[in-house]
Design a protein around this ligand. Structure first.
Ligand code: NDP
Ligand code: 8X3
Length: 269
């Protein structure tokens, strides 16, 4: 690892959504270890505050927390307006907040879960981007990094609406890069395969046994693996845009070709 003072992330201001768990929390830890100052957002403020205390103590960086629901456009705009007033507009925006609900065929799907996924994974990402990007354009500098998914490349049974939201993220990464041609602003996505986080507990609505089985019998990615890829993408020289980076566990070759080593382990994917 670079010593923090030598890292391209040193003293950069980085906003991460969904930093209270999983991949977002790991990105916060990795970026703080590289000397970045952080603006962390999620709904569970107490988790953010515990993380902020840990990172400030361990790395001596500034870490601010905001209770935000990215589905609420007014809340998002108020957050970014506050950052603007206090000269804390981020150099790097990591749109990580996201979720899946259920693994049901569309004909049996739960509409309220569809709304949650569409409102968070697509509209939340757009609200964050719409609020931050004009500031980046005004100073002709910045980097927006989306956490997409291999689910945005290939559909799998029951993935339907979650797949659609991640296909949308892929389209937005490409579209924003077109919109920003001629500027110095980069738009990237990091698209992981299976990562062991709270993702499956959320998808299966607290059914821990079912969630645990998703990661059984093989070695999934860890949130830290993904955070390291995001760090690499964010650390590329300014003339290099890693527009899309796909990362799988070695045991997974596409969203449904997964090699499980233990007999009878796992049920999905
Ligand atoms: P986790 O469930 O562990 O973390 C999700 C994070 O998103 C939490 O911090 C949660 O915070 C936040 N979040 C969810 N909804 C909202 C909201 N409305 N407003 C603000 N924050 C919200 O899952 P992961 O870390 O795995 O997921 C992070 C991202 O990675 C997602 O976009 C997911 O689609 C993507 N991904 C995950 C993969 C995996 O296999 N785990 C693979 C590929 C992509 P809180 O509940 O406190 O608001
Ligand atoms: C999360 C990975 O395969 O569960 O995006 O959709 S998967």
């Amino acid at each position: 690892m670079f010593p923090p003072s030598a890292s391209p992330l040193s003293d950069r201001r980085v906003l991460i959504t969904g930093a209270s768990a999983g991949i977002g929390a790991a990105i916060a830890r990795t970026f703080a270890a590289h000397g970045a100052h952080l603006e962390l957002g999620a709904r569970r403020l107490e988790r953010l505050e515990a993380l902020a205390e840990e990172l400030g103590r361990e790395h001596g960086v500034q870490v601010n927390c905001r209770q935000v629901d990215v589905r609420d456009q007014a809340e998002v705009q108020a957050w970014i307006d506050d950052l603007d007033r206090t000269e804390r507009i981020p150099d790097i925006l990591v749109n990580n907040a996201g979720l899946s609900r259920d693994l049901l065929p569309v004909q049996e799907g739960r509409v309220e879960g569809w709304d949650e996924m569409i409102d968070t994974n697509i509209k939340g990402l757009l609200y964050m981007t719409r609020a931050v990007l004009p500031h980046m354009v005004a100073r002709d500098s910045g980097h927006v990094i989306h956490i997409g998914s291999t689910a945005g490349d290939t559909v799998y049974p029951g993935g339907n609406v979650y797949n659609a939201t991640k296909f949308a993220v892929k389209a937005l990464t490409e579209g924003m890069n077109l919109d920003l041609v001629g500027t110095r602003i980069r738009v990237s996505s990091v698209d992981p395969g299976l990562v062991e986080t709270e993702f499956s507990q959320v998808r299966f609505r607290g059914d821990d046994e079912r969630a645990r089985k998703v990661y059984q019998g093989y070695t999934p990615l860890s949130p830290e693996d993904v955070a390291e890829v995001v760090r690499y993408v964010a650390s590329a020289p300014p003339h290099v845009n890693l527009a899309r980076t796909v990362v799988y566990p070695t045991d997974q070759r596409n969203p449904y070709v997964l090699h499980r080593r233990e007999e009878g382990a796992g049920e999905e994917e």
